[in-house]
Write a protein of this length. Structure first.
Length: 442
């Protein structure tokens, strides 16, 4: 053994290496058996570093989806062309990949029952890539907010017209039964010396309980929710009570104006509905007005419309005020009641001179005459059959009006000969009474 080692040492030329024992000899042989660095070619791969493996996914997506300040000023930050970040980790599980290997302690338990789970390769899932692609393709699609028709505003899912709830409680006042609607929601900008163009959200709201109590206010803040909350709470501190006729419409027709915005409001019977501007309709819903016709002329700035409508409601005159101002009885005639007079209010001192009795509509409209378009004649106005019908109805064209007038004035249908010949007078009440007596006798 020693001679063999001696030959190997001589063949390998260990000049300057002192070998004391067999162990050192074997280790020296191992060093000589390894190839030298000079004779072996190693392939050194440089360390590839980029922002993909240095930055987190949030910052990388921000660089893809964000817009520069110059582009933001030109309006490129909003719109349908804006890119949406995708979460590429969705649909993936740690330890599960293309190879589908079972790793104990990572994607599988270490011990199952009394047996130790071993690492093993499972059959590949052919649908895995297709599922991931489907999940990622659905991420980039914009899904509009689904709102019920009651919660929806004036236009789609936009804020104006939507309800934001009652104002926040103040002490013992809980604002029960109140509802707040957004009338205007927009971005406003203010140029400052140190911050430049400063952006804020402006919210204009109106609140009410549906029973004549309502108010409106304006709020501004950097965030939209804060602006709406501020405006809602301010409106709750500026409530006004508005008089209504039979809790369904205004007291009378009126004209109102704020700035260049003019509104002509008409009192309507029950069941007519709200035929007006959408801002006025929203205000009527929170106030408690159910039947109304309003025509807006001039600029349709919603803030001017709200202020003009509230001014008109506050300038209404009650029936008692109208009776005291004119010194006359206020009497109502309605078609559904066959124009029977109903006294609404009476003054304390009735004036005796009735020569200058004002017209009610002209009085409440402050002597203004509304210019209305003349109605077009019907298409059958020139037909021979229609002319023949008018000729046949000419002799009784005013009978219905005369009948209603007699019923309202005298309580029965009678002519100037009724006093001379009372047996010829037609009294519907007497006929009804006689008929009832005859039925009782039978």
């Amino acid at each position: 053994m020693i001679s063999i080692v001696g030959r190997v040492i001589r063949n390998n030329n260990f000049s300057g290496l002192q070998i004391k024992n067999l162990t050192e000899c074997i280790s020296a042989l191992a060093l000589t058996a390894a190839p030298s660095v000079a004779s072996t070619h190693y392939q050194i791969r440089p360390a590839t570093t980029s922002f993909f493996n240095k930055l987190p996914a949030e910052q990388i997506w921000k660089g893809v989806t964000s817009v520069s300040n110059a582009g933001r000023k030109r309006g490129r930050a909003s719109g349908g062309r804006k890119k949406i970040a995708k979460n590429l980790n969705r649909g993936q599980v740690i330890g599960v990949g293309k190879a589908n290997i079972l790793w104990p302690g990572l994607n599988a338990p270490v011990i199952r029952g009394k047996e130790l789970v071993k690492q093993q390769k499972l059959p590949e899932d052919p649908d895995r890539e297709a599922k991931l692609i489907k999940i990622r393709s659905e991420m980039g699609v914009f899904r509009p907010l689904k709102l019920s028709p009651i919660e929806r505003g004036w236009s789609g899912a936009k804020v104006p017209g939507r309800s934001i709830g009652p104002p926040d409680p103040v002490g013992e006042d809980n604002f029960e039964g109140f509802d707040t609607r957004v009338i205007e929601y927009k971005s406003v900008f203010n140029m400052t010396g140190n911050l430049g163009r400063k952006r804020r959200i402006s919210a204009f709201v109106v609140t009410g309980n549906g029973q004549g109590m309502a108010g409106f206010a304006l709020g501004k803040a950097i965030e939209g929710r804060v602006a709406m909350t501020t405006a809602k709470n301010r409106a709750g501190q500026k409530l006004i009570f508005i008089e209504r006729y039979n809790d369904h419409t205004v007291l009378h027709d009126f004209f109102t104006q704020f700035g260049s915005t003019k509104i002509f409001v008409k009192k309507m019977p029950e069941g007519y509905g709200l035929k007006c501007h959408r801002a006025i309709k929203t205000m009527c819903e929170v106030i408690g007005i159910k039947d109304l016709h309003a025509k807006v002329e001039g600029p349709t700035n919603v803030q001017h419309i709200v202020k003009a409508f509230f001014l008109g409601l506050l300038q209404q005159k009650t029936h008692e005020q109208l009776a005291e101002e004119t010194g006359l009885h206020l009497v109502e005639f309605r078609k559904e009641n066959l124009d029977c007079p109903v006294v609404m209010a009476s003054p304390q001192n009735v004036r005796e001179d009735l020569r200058d009795t004002p017209d009610f509509l002209q009085y409440v409209m402050d002597n203004r005459v509304v210019l209305e378009r003349k109605k077009w004649p019907p298409f059958f106005a020139e037909y021979p059959g229609h002319k023949k019908y008018l000729w046949n109805c000419e002799k009784r064209r005013t009978h219905h009006k005369s009948k209603l007038h007699m019923m309202a004035e005298y309580g029965s249908v009678r002519s100037f000969l009724s006093e001379k010949h009372p047996e010829c007078a037609i009294d519907y009440h007497i006929k009804t009474r006689n008929k009832a007596k005859e039925e009782e006798q039978q």
